[in-house]
Structures are given as structure tokens and as C-alpha cells.
Design a protein around this ligand. Structure first.
Ligand code: NDP
Length: 484
């Protein structure tokens, strides 16, 4: 078993760095409540060292060929895959997510991103634009030093979904993990150096929001990519705008999952389970408003309840466990507050809604039926294992209700009618959609939100646009005709 206590709190300029003057950060294992590591927040000196190192490294890295940059990223992907078990155990200790999940969804997703963008690095080119006798060309340039700020649900994946396209394009990065889950990004930083990344190319500094805010406002920073909640996104976006910096905002959601009367019942129930209870519901793209056609509602609830008997809640390090705790006591209490208020508002508790009698920050998988659009549980992001089932009668009605939200991250449709599936998806206001599936996030497909759920896209070629800029060069082939 990996020792969760890292060599130091930060990884800066290619080496572990400690500054005990920083405020204490205790790392708690969510399944037991025990402290497993002790870190310090970054002091202004650590933040400055990280930004100085990134600035220096970026100048060198940008001069390397795309093929050379890509090789480093692909080597890092191989190292991550080779150490998948140790990294997954660490992720489980840090987040509380079951090892059954982390073994397949975290370090491996990080490796996918490094491999994919490592492959793209050598293909990043500008274009030639013929203009009659003259011509122009474009050069795809890096932005400079990028700041990545992560949420606590997918720490390794978030670090690499940001770092991989950033580094492929010739940028450097300073990454601040969530204070709740600071451990795995440090391992990624060390692996990148082992893979041949120059010192300072990818730095990790720890801290709460104030450290993130200091990074975002630093004039050396050209771009900020945040994964977090909408209120934090609004603050960070405003701070970045003051410095005219580029941003990617991957924020929260309250996504609709629509189950039509002709859907395959088990597939729809499976999609709703994946879209509400994976990672104990701490997934931004979750389909937490499950609109079920009235004709199918009771069958859906019955089958859902049957299948939830398959939940194995327990020690997340036990590979038989398929349902873990929430990340913190605060998050558990927040989720329980939503559950209490949903009942007070008249939602019908079908199952769950309790704190089990065991250590750690667990909440049982919770399903509410008879949820109406005006209830808090149908409007606000819970970020926990709480599914709201809402009834509907017609396609027009469900479309209007599904879109009546400030969020626009994801949406899903279960139906056997292919024409309807595409027709409905085309009208749903969401950036990342699913037909007869839910929450797949392969690196080849752009991921991101519309409306309050975000700006920009991660993954796929689309991410390149958000980590590079074009320089246009006009070339005159004849004499310059000036009027005087
Ligand atoms: P928060 O918004 O609370 O925090 C996100 C990150 O921002 C943390 O690292 C936080 O630090 C940091 N931060 C807080 N304030 C500032 C500030 N003023 N300036 C700079 N950085 C700051 O989100 P959570 O960690 O609670 O994560 C849950 C949220 O993330 C949910 O809303 C979820 O939907 C969203 N999310 C979105 C995803 C997407 O891709 N769309 C994916 C995963 C999650 P600290 O925590 O240390 O205070």
C-alpha cells in the first residue's frame, strides 16, 4: 500500500518543496475520518517560485518540436499506466472513491489524455492562406503560463485533462488541486519529470481558494482553467477578465436525463444509476433530474429499487465495494440538508436518505419521486447520491422543463425511437449529451458546458483551441503601394 504522506506539500521547479510557514492542511480519508497526510498551504514565496519556474520552463519548452513534446507526454502516460494500482489506491485514500472505480476511471483517464495530446502535439500547425499575388500564414503559438485549479471529485483526471493539452501546445502549468484532495497531482508532477519534462513545466502548489485567487491574478499567467462550482467560476472568471486572460470554466450542472415510454427499461435504469451514484454522485455532469414518462414511472422506480439492492457500501479499498463515502463531513452534511428539505417540500423518499451507522462520510443512495420543477432538489446541484425522478407526459413539455435551468452541462435521452432521440438532443441546451447512455467521457470527444455550466471545452482537438493562439502573418510579394 502506498504511503499517502508525500515527501513535501508542493512540487515546484522539478523538485519537492516544503514551506512549513504555510497554513496546515490535513488530508482526511473520507471512509474513516482519519488523517492520512499533513500538508501546508503555499505561501507567497512558494507561489512566486512556481510561477517563476513555469515562466522559465515555458520559454524552453515552446522551442521544442511538437514531436519532442509529444514523446514526453506519451512516456508519462506509460508510467501512469504502469503505476495504475498505486495511483488508484492513493486516489481512493484521498477521495474515498471505491478502488473498483479508481482502478478504471482516474489514473487511466489521465493517461488517456496524456497519450492523446501527446499524439496530437506533432500535428499542431497553422495554415497557408493564398491571397492572389500575396499570401498569409498562421502560426499556432502557446499562450504561456497556464493555471489549473481542480475540484475534489476527479483530482488526477482533472490535473491531466488540463495539463495534457496545455503542455502539448507548448505552455507550462501551475496546478492547484482542491484542498480536499491534494495528493495525486503531486505524483503526476513527479512522473512528468521522470518522463523528461523540464523542471518547472508542471508545478503543483497546495492551498485553499486564496492560493487559487493569487495565481489567477498574477500578471505572469496567461490562462486559467478551473473545474469547480458556478459561484467559484464566476469569481475566477471575473478575476481573469481583469487581466484579459484566457479561461476554460468546467462548472456545475443540474442535468436532465429523459426516459421516454419506449426506452429499454434496464438500460434507462442503468444510465440513471451511473448518472447519479457513480463516485457517490460527486460528478458534475450527473443527470440528477431524471424525467420519466408517466407511463413508465412505476416500472422504472420498481426496477431501480431492485437494482439498488446491489449497492455494496464499505471500505473503498476493498475491490468488492462499489459505493463509497462523500469527500468530507461538510459535503455529507450539505447533502443531508438537501435531503431533509426535499422531504419537507413534499418529495416522496423512495429509498436511502440516511447516514449509515459506520465511520466516514457516507450517505445512502437516495431516490426521490414526485419531484416537481420548483423544488430545491430539482433546481440546485446537490453533488451527492441524490436522484430526483420527475414525471412528464409529452416531448414538448419535457423539453421546455429540461431547459428551464441556469445550467447547461449535460443531457441524456433514453428511447428506442432514433428520430426522436436526435430531435430531442438537438433542442436540449447542454454541451455534452448522451443517447441511450450516460456519463461516458472518452478523451476523443469534447467535454464542457453551456449557459452557467462553463466556457470552453476540454478533451479532443477542441481543447487545442483553448490552449493556443494564432499569429497571422501577411506576406506581400510585390512592391508596397503607399498613397504618399
Ligand atoms: P469549488 O468551486 O468549491 O472549488 C473549485 C476549486 O477552486 C478548488 O480548488 C478551490 O479551492 C478553488 N477556489 C475556490 N475559490 C477560489 C478563488 N476565489 N479563486 C481561485 N480558486 C478558488 O468546487 P468543489 O471543489 O466543491 O467541486 C465541486 C464542484 O465542481 C461542483 O459544482 C461540480 O459540479 C464542479 N465540477 C465540474 C466539473 C466539470 O468538468 N464541469 C467536473 C467536476 C466538478 P479549495 O477547494 O481549496 O477552496
Amino acid at each position: 500500500m502506498i504511503n499517502p504522506q508525500p515527501q513535501a506539500s508542493h512540487f515546484v521547479d522539478g523538485a519537492w518543496l516544503e514551506d512549513a510557514a504555510g497554513a496546515a492542511l490535513a488530508v482526511i480519508h473520507p471512509a474513516t475520518g482519519a488523517e492520512i497526510a499533513h500538508l501546508h498551504e503555499a505561501t507567497p514565496a512558494v507561489i512566486d517560485a512556481a510561477l517563476a519556474a513555469a515562466t522559465r520552463a515555458q520559454a524552453d519548452w515552446a522551442q521544442r518540436s511538437g514531436a519532442e513534446r509529444g514523446r514526453v507526454l506519451r512516456r508519462a502516460a506509460d508510467l501512469i499506466r504502469a503505476r495504475n494500482r498505486a495511483l488508484s489506491e492513493l486516489e481512493t485514500l484521498d477521495t474515498g472513491k471505491p478502488l473498483q472505480e479508481t482502478l478504471v476511471a482516474d489514473a487511466s483517464s489521465a493517461a488517456d489524455a496524456l497519450e492523446y495530446f501527446g499524439g496530437l502535439a506533432a500535428t499542431l500547425t497553422g495554415e497557408h492562406i493564398p491571397l492572389g499575388a500575396n499570401w498569409a500564414y498562421t502560426i499556432r503559438e502557446p499562450l504561456g503560463v497556464c493555471v489549473g485549479i481542480g475540484a475534489w471529485n476527479y483530482p488526477t483526471q482533472i490535473a491531466c485533462w488540463k495539463a495534457a493539452p496545455a503542455l502539448a501546445c507548448g505552455n507550462a502549468m501551475v496546478f492547484k488541486p482542491s484542498e480536499e484532495t491534494p495528493l495525486c497531482a503531486l505524483q503526476i508532477a513527479e512522473i512528468l519529470v521522470e518522463a523528461g519534462a523540464p523542471a518547472g513545466l508542471f508545478n503543483v502548489v497546495q492551498g485553499r481558494g486564496a492560493v487559487g485567487a493569487a495565481l489567477v491574478s498574477d500578471p505572469r499567467v496567461a490562462k486559467v482553467s478551473l473545474t469547480g462550482s458556478v459561484p467559484t467560476g464566476a469569481r475566477v472568471y471575473a478575476a481573469a477578465a481583469a487581466g484579459m486572460k484566457h479561461v476554460t470554466m468546467e462548472l456545475g450542472g443540474k442535468s436532465p436525463l429523459i426516459v421516454f415510454e419506449d426506452a429499454d427499461l434496464d438500460d434507462a435504469v442503468g444510465g440513471a444509476i451511473l448518472g447519479n451514484f457513480y463516485s457517490s454522485g460527486q460528478v458534475c455532469s450527473n443527470g440528477t433530474r431524471v424525467f420519466v414518462h408517466r407511463a413508465l414511472r412505476e416500472a422504472f422506480l420498481a426496477r431501480l429499487t431492485e437494482r439498488l439492492a446491489g449497492v455494496v457500501m464499505g471500505d473503498p479499498l476493498d475491490e468488492a465495494t462499489n459505493f463509497g463515502p462523500l469527500v468530507s463531513a461538510a459535503q455529507r452534511d450539505k447533502v443531508m440538508g438537501f435531503i431533509t428539505r426535499a422531504q419537507a417540500e413534499g418529495a416522496r423518499l423512495v429509498c436511502g436518505g440516511t447516514i449509515p451507522d459506520r465511520p466516514g462520510f457516507f450517505v445512502t443512495p437516495t431516490v426521490f419521486a414526485d419531484v416537481t420543477d420548483d423544488m430545491e432538489v430539482a433546481r440546485d446541484e446537490v453533488f451527492g447520491p441524490v436522484m430526483s425522478v420527475l414525471d412528464f407526459d409529452s416531448e414538448e413539455e419535457v423539453l421546455a422543463r429540461a431547459n428551464a435551468t441556469e445550467f447547461g452541462l449535460s443531457a441524456g435521452v433514453f428511447t428506442r425511437d432514433l428520430t426522436r432521440a436526435h430531435r430531442v438532443i438537438a433542442r436540449l441546451q447542454a454541451g455534452t449529451c448522451f443517447i441511450n447512455s450516460y456519463n461516458d467521457a472518452p478523451v476523443e470527444v469534447p467535454f464542457g458546458g453551456t449557459k452557467a455550466s462553463g466556457v470552453g471545452r476540454e478533451n479532443a482537438r477542441a481543447a487545442i483551441e483553448h490552449y493556443s493562439q494564432l499569429k497571422s502573418v501577411f506576406v506581400r510579394m510585390g512592391p508596397v503601394e503607399a498613397p504618399y
